[in-house]
Ligand binder design. Structure first.
Ligand code: SAM
Ligand code: SF4
Length: 327
């Protein structure tokens, strides 16, 4: 699936729910949320069929996300189904970690290869301020259990917010270094549900890198391991591991983007910031054959724009917030 800019799409992000057990202010509203009725969500069988078609068109990597994917009942069953699809060689999961302690072993046994756990703050009060719910202890327990059951290369994702999370940069750096976890800082993007984002709240990767350098000494850049990798990775020169920066606002990486997204209710998007969607659910629930699904995917890829345009004067936010897309 090559778009008009020559980008080859091998990576599919699948949202399995728009529900979540916390309410991060940069993603979800705090109250009065209208979740999709359950019957609108794709079933595991529908997701599997979609993935078979996508794999036939060159998709090799999957990431399950949401909302919070671990609130979707029976998720390991989906992982096992997707792991058996010919052509899929990597399945990853992004989770807030709250339910991970209970599910880590089963997910691993089902064929999950990689885990990204979101953790923006190690301070209890700040965690609560961001997530608008309790949960830090459970996230920490989830991380410990994931390591115990043998997940390696666990990544920790931290959204960096100016005026709020500067104090967490060094503690998170230390936490990750001590445990051999790959820490990645993500710039805050205009996908909050309440429409309050402003570029003044973006704590840039460059600033975070400076804070880490001041505490831990020099970091040196690492060559990207594959094209399409959004993170710029650095190595602590003292041997303390690596840290990555995903800088969609200050250093957009759209020219290397190889991703497509499937929302929980079966809409295909070619960008987080896409203003258009392609209705795969209508095909999956109608009489359409696999060729029609493949044609829909090709149409979606063909329509992909050069970039998200966050920094352009005429930038238009998508209607959906992050939890309704799948990060
Ligand atoms: N609930 C899971 C979690 O939090 O890991 C998976 C879904 S969440 C939408 C995926 C990732 O997107 C998380 O790492 C989250 O921190 C990040 N995210 C959410 N809203 C964001 C925003 N406005 N800007 C940058 N990252 C965001
Ligand atoms: Fe839930 Fe993840 Fe959104 Fe936070 S970022 S509200 S954990 S879906």
């Amino acid at each position: 699936m090559i778009d008009t800019f020559g980008r080859i799409h091998t990576d599919l992000r699948i949202s399995v729910t728009d529900r979540c057990n916390i309410r991060c202010f940069y993603c979800m509203p705090n109250e009065n949320i209208r979740f999709r009725p359950r019957e609108e969500l794709l079933t595991f069988e529908e997701i599997e069929r979609f993935v078979r078609v996508a794999a036939g068109l060159g998709v090799t990597k999957l990431r399950l996300t949401g909302g919070e994917p671990l609130v979707r009942r029976d998720l390991p069953r989906l992982v096992a189904k997707l792991a058996a699809v010919p052509g899929i060689d990597d399945i990853a999961l992004t989770t807030n970690g709250i339910l991970l302690a209970e599910q880590a072993a089963e997910l691993r046994a089902a064929g999950l290869k990689r885990l990204n756990i979101s953790l923006d703050a190690l301070d209890d009060e700040l965690f609560r301020q961001i997530a608008r719910r309790d949960g830090l202890d459970r996230v920490l327990a989830g991380i410990a259990e994931a390591r115990r059951v043998g997940f390696d290369k666990i990544k920790l994702n931290a959204v960096a917010i100016r005026g709020l999370t500067e104090s967490q940069v060094v503690p998170l750096g230390r936490f990750a270094r001590e445990r051999g976890l790959e820490l990645r800082f993500i710039e805050y993007m205009p996908l909050d549900a309440e429409g309050r984002w402003s570029d003044e709240q973006v704590l840039s990767g460059e600033t975070v890198l400076r804070l880490l350098t001041e505490e831990f000494g020099a970091l040196e850049p690492i060559e990207p391991s594959h094209a399409g990798q959004p993170a710029s990775d650095f190595r602590f020169v003292d041997g303390g591991g690596t840290v990555g920066f995903i800088n969609p606002v200050t250093e957009p990486f759209c020219e290397a983007c190889n991703r497509l997204r499937l929302t929980a209710e079966g809409q295909v998007r070619n960008c987080l910031f896409s203003l258009e969607e392609w209705d795969a659910r209508a095909l999956l629930r109608g009489a359409a054959g696999d060729e029609q699904l493949a044609a829909l995917l090709r149409d979606c890829v063909r329509a992909k724009r050069a970039g998200h345009g966050i920094n352009a004067a005429d930038f238009q936010r998508p209607q959906r917030a992050m939890f309704q897309i799948g990060g």
